[in-house]
Design a protein around this ligand. Sequence first.
Ligand SMILES: NC(=O)c1ccc[n+]([C@@H]2O[C@H](COP(=O)([O-])OP(=O)(O)OC[C@H]3O[C@@H](n4cnc5c(N)ncnc54)[C@H](OP(=O)(O)O)[C@@H]3O)[C@@H](O)[C@H]2O)c1
Length: 288
Amino acid sequence: MSKLTLSSTYRMPSGFDIPVLGYGVYQTPANIASDVVQHAVKVGYRHVDSAVGYRNEAATADGLKKSGIPRDQLFFTTKIPPRQMNYENSKWHIENTLKITGLEYVDLYLLHAPYGGKENRIGAWKALVEGVEAGKIRSIGVSNFGVHHLDELEAWIKSTEEKEGKGKGGVLSVNQIELHPWLARKDIVGWCKERGVVVEAYSPLVQATRLDDPLIVPLAKKYGKTPSQVLLRWSLQQGFVPLPKSVTKSRIEENADIYDFELTDEEMRKLDTGVYEPCTWDPTVSHD
Ligand SMILES: NC(=O)c1ccc[n+]([C@@H]2O[C@H](COP(=O)([O-])OP(=O)(O)OC[C@H]3O[C@@H](n4cnc5c(N)ncnc54)[C@H](OP(=O)(O)O)[C@@H]3O)[C@@H](O)[C@H]2O)c1
């Protein structure tokens, strides 16, 4: 594995680069989002993960603008709301995101969840593809898609390309899913890795519910790091793009200070728990 740093990026299938460490703003109130995002950028994050559903897109973008870092070095992600998954709503949300954030383009627009049935999922995807064609979005992807949802999308992209030409079905760059040692999702991750689709890890700190776990605490002691840093290191060494969230300035810094140690292969094997324990919702298994 080449040595990662806070400024490392991965190349997505779209051809654009994504900063390997992201900063999540789920449950970050809009009235503090600009301030915490500015702090995150100050300490070296370049990638922020928002969503229409988080109600802080505008404040998050404001923080990026006020950071003083040039736009082309910053990366802004947002998502079509899970329960509004169709073509018309998605067209509207893409316009609205640009309007309320004042951004000229979104780096990564995702479908938040595979809800609404096949026709609406594909309709929402088509809206994202048109957003790319219009220069409003650079890269597109999905979130919470299980293998059956990914297969459905891939089949649609292929058949659209056969009818309309290469690229016409859009390019899947990312799948954002919950991932940590108690939810390794080898099936979904394998699907993505085979195709070069970047895997983003949400709730990489298990929402702070397992920071005293006996699997993690001894590793933290061994390396002189915190349990959160060990969990983020696991995520990096899996090849994921982790998206830790914190509104606490010292933790924002702590969560970026993960490049001066490395878990051994044996330690990574011990963290291969084989259990399936989501800490939040799990739309990957939905069949609507
Ligand atoms: N696509 C989806 O469906 C989806 C779902 C969930 C999350 N996400 C994305 O993933 C991001 C992260 O997931 P998440 O917010 O669910 O959970 P998380 O990042 O696993 O955990 C966040 C919690 O951990 C605490 N924390 C952060 N750093 C810490 C540290 N160093 N030491 C101790 N506690 C720490 C935070 O507290 P404070 O904030 O109080 O410091 C917060 O309570 C979200 O913000 C969002 O961008 C996406």
